[in-house]
Design a protein around this ligand. Structure first.
Ligand SMILES: [Zn+2]
Length: 264
């Protein structure tokens, strides 16, 4: 996995369709692993960016966690996975250096959509990451914030859930890629199934955590009438072309209205 030094221009990087940010190396998989796999399967170029190496976590070394993230990324079919090496426990929207690193990543990859954690979560890092990312993504679109690359604003930003959920703005049917989410989560062995006598029991090592993730995805799926779904929140209303559920005929020409003139 590549690490990006502060102030370094990211040279020769690919444009991406979807850019996903996570606070720690396993959060993206927890919140939207199956959606990542779905986009990759569609042929979209998906980039995953972990903000920290999770060095404050109770189990696993930073190197182990980065290696596990790379393995999970391959399972999901992501085009790349970066780790920015920002301080675990120290993410801050007031830190100019952290903002700059994220602005550069967004501008270098020019994604259509960005996904990041929902802004309310019991883990303080997750909320802090969301605030930091919101500020940085806004700055990435400002002409007067000058970096090596041109300003870039994605079509929109979608928020996924890690610990705490909320009513989603929409859900994505991930029934066809849910098994890949499970396989990607299983790559994070130091977090979910740590070996050895020195391993600490945490929320993640309990089977209840898998239950939290899978029951949420099953509930969103059931509400939408599919087996599995991952939920997302967007800050703006979603504009639709009409009141019909299917958008397949959205571009159909309007039918000529009968004015009743012929009956006259
Ligand atoms: Zn986390």
């Amino acid at each position: 996995m590549r690490h990006i030094a502060a102030g370094q221009r990211i040279i020769g990087v690919m444009p991406l369709d979807l850019l996903v940010f996570g606070p720690h190396p396993d959060d993206i998989e927890i919140g939207m692993g199956a959606t990542v796999a779905l986009h990759a399967r569609r042929g979209d170029r998906v980039g995953l960016v972990d903000l920290t190496r999770g060095e404050l976590g109770s189990n696993g070394t930073p190197d182990e966690r980065v290696a596990e993230a790379a393995e999970a990324s391959a399972v999901l079919g992501a085009a790349l996975r970066l780790n920015l090496g920002l301080p675990d426990g120290g993410l801050s929207a007031d830190d100019e250096g952290q903002l700059d690193r994220i602005v550069r990543v967004v501008r270098a990859h020019r994604p259509r959509a960005i996904a990041m954690p929902y802004w309310e979560d019991r883990h303080p890092d997750h909320g802090a990451a969301s605030r930091l990312l919101r500020q940085a993504i806004f700055r990435a679109g400002l002409r007067r914030v000058v970096t090596a690359d041109d300003p870039w604003r994605p079509e929109w930003v979608c928020h996924y859930f890690i610990n705490d959920g909320a009513t989603p703005s929409f859900v994505v049917d991930v029934s066809d890629t849910y098994e890949l989410k499970r396989q990607a989560l299983a790559c994070h062995r130091t977090q979910f199934t740590p070996a050895g006598g020195g391993a600490a029991a945490t929320r993640l090592t309990s089977p209840i955590f898998t239950q939290l993730v899978e029951s949420r995805d099953a509930q969103f799926g059931a509400l939408a009438g599919v087996r599995w779904a991952e939920g997302f929140v967007v800050r703006e209303p979603i504009a639709r072309p009409h009141l019909f559920k299917s958008t397949a005929d959205a571009a159909v020409e309007p039918v000529q209205a009968d004015t009743g003139a012929r009956r006259a």
